[in-house]
Design a protein around this ligand. Sequence first.
Ligand code: SF4
Ligand code: SF4
Length: 125
Amino acid sequence: MRLVINKRKCSGCHICELVCSVYHFGVASPKKAAIRINKDDLNTSINTPKVCLQCVDRKMKCLRGFPDPTDPATARESFLWDRACLEFCPYDAIFRYEDSALHCNLCDGHPRCVEFCTPGAITVR
Ligand code: SF4
Ligand code: SF4
């Protein structure tokens, strides 16, 4: 499973960030979310949700940041990653939080952002 983003439908409401942080940390804080909304600087109303693409195993460059060899499936299930992974994701799709990196683990199989994104900008495939 992976999240599919349609940025044309994104209103920029940030609800996905809030429900992500509530699910994983119990607090509503975009800084504690594994999905982030990039707003354009040109005021053209384009919002781009960024989240892990759940790359296939051989393309998971992020795994180079783990201190020990890590099974891709095990890494996928984890939300808190080593901070060193940040420099290896070519899509900037994981986010720094204190000494860790936040990685979308699809809310253990039931992504909350999909459930709460009323414009339908986030779906699963
Ligand atoms: S909840 Fe949906 S519409 Fe709102 S910011 Fe997130 S992706 Fe965009
Ligand atoms: S963290 Fe980046 S490289 Fe790793 S699976 Fe997600 S999108 Fe792909």
